[in-house]
Design a protein. Structure first.
Length: 343
């Protein structure tokens, strides 16, 4: 079968590999139709391994049909179309028992730690997979997992209806964060970016104020929009080295900053400002599968988010040059979907 095998920086090749072994008792064998790629995949290719454990087949955002079930699986059957949350947890450690399955002591992610869905077939734990409604296309379903990540980030922020919210970065995961914040009733919802097309996407997703960081003094604009108070919630979704400092500056006293974008190197932090203004800085990792994935499916089914954020669809054979490289070089304007099934 065709698969995208990652071995290290700059070494990602679509090649023929053996079909996966399994499924085991609690697993599914899935014939993948489409997958999405994200900044994590591009980061691994550009200067990884960061999270990945090569050699590994990438792909943690995918949809397909079940072709075989393990003996212990009763909730799904062959023929079901499913999307995977990709993050597998043990269910018995202290973090799982407290509902924070994304912090599981034995947590692993398909497409990073074990083989994922940028392949014609993948074996996945049934506990990470959810049936896709008929009205949701494969293209839209491939976006469920990243939207779930965004929903988790917004939950980590504690954002409630009427909170002022700033999202820094509207490409890749940032666009989904904008949609998630809008679904929670953020008002005003301010989006900061350096690209007009991405800002236009943010507007379509519910942003009420757009800030072009190339020409505007970001913190001053945010203060003006929030009556000189700063934002209740600021979510940094770029991974750019200067953005966390902007996020801290844009938050109000007692506000919350959530860091979504992955930083390749440690950064200095203005701890004096953080302390004297009692800013809460929170990390966010992946999602809580049972909570965030079903909500994500419902949003994708009930809105036009997939049409709004879609940049392009490509074939698996064009993955690096038409998908990964544009992401790594920040030329992608939205979500890139990969057709995995042979035409």
């Amino acid at each position: 079968m065709r698969a995208a095998v990652y071995r290290g920086p700059g070494d990602l090749v679509v090649e023929d590999v053996a079909e996966p072994v399994g499924p085991a008792g609690d697993e599914l064998r899935i014939e993948v139709s489409k997958a999405a790629i994200c900044g994590t995949d591009a980061s691994e290719w550009l200067h990884g391994p960061v999270l990945a454990r090569p050699p590994v087949i990438l792909g943690h955002e995918f949809v397909g049909r079940v072709v075989e079930t393990g003996s212990a699986v009763s909730s799904l059957k062959p023929g079901d179309r499913v999307v995977s949350g990709a993050g597998a947890s043990c269910g018995s450690c202290r973090w799982c028992l407290s509902g924070r399955t994304n912090l599981c002591q034995r947590y692993y992610t398909l497409g990073l730690h074990v083989n994922g869905g940028l392949a014609e077939q993948v074996v996945a734990p049934a506990s990470t997979c959810f049936r896709v409604p008929d009205e949701v296309s494969d293209t839209a379903a491939a976006m469920v997992q990243p939207l779930a990540v965004a929903l988790h980030a917004v939950r980590r922020a504690g954002l409630v209806q009427g909170d002022s919210c700033v999202v820094i970065g509207a490409g890749g995961i940032g666009a989904f964060v904008v949609a998630a914040a809008a679904s929670r009733g953020a008002d005003p919802l301010v989006v900061v970016d350096v690209d007009e097309e991405r800002l236009d996407v943010a507007r379509k997703l519910g942003a009420t104020e757009l800030v072009d960081a190339r020409s505007a003094r970001v913190v001053e604009v945010i203060e003006a929009v929030t009556s000189d108070q700063g934002a209740d919630v600021v979510i940094e979704a770029t991974g750019s080295p200067g953005s966390p400092a902007v996020a801290l500056g844009a938050a109000r006293k007692g506000g919350v900053v959530v860091i979504v974008g992955l930083q390749p190197e440690p950064l200095p932090v203005d701890l004096l400002s953080l302390t004297t203004r009692e800013i809460d800085v929170r990390g966010t990792l992946a999602h809580v599968c049972d909570v965030d994935v079903p909500e994500s499916i419902a949003i994708v089914a009930g809105t036009s988010i997939a049409d709004v954020v879609l940049d392009r669809e490509i074939d698996l054979g064009d993955l690096v040059e038409e998908g990964i490289r544009p992401l790594a070089e920040r030329r992608a304007k939205g979500k890139i979907i990969v057709g995995v099934a042979r035409g």
